[in-house]
Ligand binder design. Structure first.
Ligand SMILES: [Zn+2]
Length: 419
């Protein structure tokens, strides 16, 4: 008998997909019943029950008893309801945020809560391999002192300002760090020290993924995240999926044409948004730059100076002026993509003066009305959290969960406990 299977999906790959769907639902709706799960995922109750049984056996989810709150309020004694929820310390994900602001290595639990983190200082960004080894060692130290079981870590997420090919684990180019075509060296160096799968992603994309699953954009399928700090970039989500463009080139908002400035962008032009709506643009206005061309060797200086400027109440006006410069780009994004929501993220993007200036300029010059168009909101997830959440999204709540590994680990722990 020929089974019509146009997608080419095998039973094994289908099982992985279904497992990812069920796990995502349980995470999004703690306390959900097997019957609700089956209905929402479009499975038979028998199929849903079988997957749930597997996830319970691998100690990834647990049965939770909750009393029905409505009944309690009505003074009826609510019948305790048994539902399913993610076992918080059932699985963990770890992350590396490569940044000139606050470099951070972190661990989050299966629910996306930060479990442990550490800020390694004085990172040398000059060489890709050296930087990778530095971060990997810092992460390994954190894993060691946090006492979590390495067998329960799903993978490593890396978030950085670069164009990447996550499926090949490669950095294509980073104008910001001055790296190009690393041939997968960054990820390979990490794997030599921490033997786990590594997902590497542009910071704006990593933040977009994290906001979609754990933050401001839950249940929003069309949105754009703008990450504004020293430079500006975007992560675009459509139909609940990241839009990468050809060779991961989407979201290059920083090279949108804007007013000409007495500065030079990494691309050689003088009229990029990177020069007017950003931390780099702000520092130039404040007379903090003695050079007109962006210089990779000074990214730590740019970061520290921007953080200092954002703390200074006398500079609120200057910060607002660079915020005004972002508004026309957002209007273009909205007209092209029609997002429900635009999220402003990053040290500059979430700054109150910058954010308010973007909002008021949109209303004043572009007739922006949130009721008719997109909602402008501040990001709820920091760059430092985004890396570990990226790993959680990739290696836990998807068809890439290595179920057999965790099922085996659960059996082994059980045996050693009873043995
Ligand atoms: Zn440019």
């Amino acid at each position: 008998m020929v089974i019509n299977n146009p997608s080419g999906a095998t039973p094994a790959s289908l099982r992985k997909t279904h497992r990812g769907m069920i796990l995502s639902r349980i995470q999004a709706e703690p306390g959900i019943s097997r019957a609700e799960l089956a209905r929402l995922c479009g499975f038979s109750e028998m199929a849903a029950t079988r997957i749930v049984r597997e996830l319970l056996a691998a100690e990834i989810i647990e049965e939770a008893t909750t009393t029905n709150r409505k009944s309690v309020r009505k003074k009826h004694v609510g019948r305790p309801k048994t539902g399913l929820r993610i076992l918080k310390d059932g699985l963990f994900a770890v992350g590396i945020t490569v940044s000139a602001y606050h470099s951070e290595v972190s661990i989050c639990d299966a629910d996306g809560q930060l479990f442990a983190s550490c800020r390694p200082e004085n990172v040398a960004f000059g060489d890709v391999s050296e930087a990778a080894r530095f971060y990997a060692n810092a992460l390994q130290d954190l894993i060691d002192i946090s006492n979590i079981d390495v067998d329960r870590i799903v993978g490593v997420g890396v978030a950085l300002s670069a164009r990447t090919l996550p499926e090949r684990g490669e950095i294509v180019t980073s104008e910001y760090f001055g790296w190009s075509n690393d041939g997968g060296r960054f990820c390979q160096e990490i794997q030599k020290i921490i033997n786990l799968p590594v997902e590497i992603e542009n910071i704006a994309n990593a933040l977009a993924i994290a906001e979609m699953r754990f933050g401001a954009a839950r249940d929003v399928s069309e949105f754009t995240l703008i990450h504004a700090a020293t430079f500006v970039g975007a992560g675009v989500v459509s139909e609940g999926r990241l839009v990468r463009g050809a060779s991961g080139v989407s979201g290059s908002l920083g090279h949108f044409r804007a007013q000409k400035q007495p500065l030079t962008c990494v691309c050689g032009r003088h009229d990029c948004l990177n020069l007017s709506a950003t931390g780099f643009g702000l520092l130039s206005r404040l007379g903090k730059l003695d050079h007109p061309t962006f210089d990779n060797s000074k990214i730590s200086y740019y970061a520290t100076s921007l953080l200092t400027a954002l703390e200074d109440p006398e500079l609120i006006g200057a910060v607002a002026e660079v915020g005004e410069n972002l508004a026309p780009a957002l209007d273009n994004v909205a007209k092209l993509l029609g997002p429900e929501m635009i999220i402003l993220s990053g040290y500059l993007g979430t700054n109150a003066s910058y954010f308010d200036a973007v909002m008021s300029t949109l209303a004043r010059d572009f007739d922006h009305d949130p009721k008719l168009s997109f909602n402008l909101v501040k990001g709820t997830i920091s760059s430092v959290e985004a890396a570990a959440l990226l790993a959680l999204h990739t290696y836990c709540y998807s068809d890439r969960l290595d179920y057999d590994r965790f099922a085996r680990a659960a059996t082994n722990t059980g045996e050693s406990m009873h043995g």
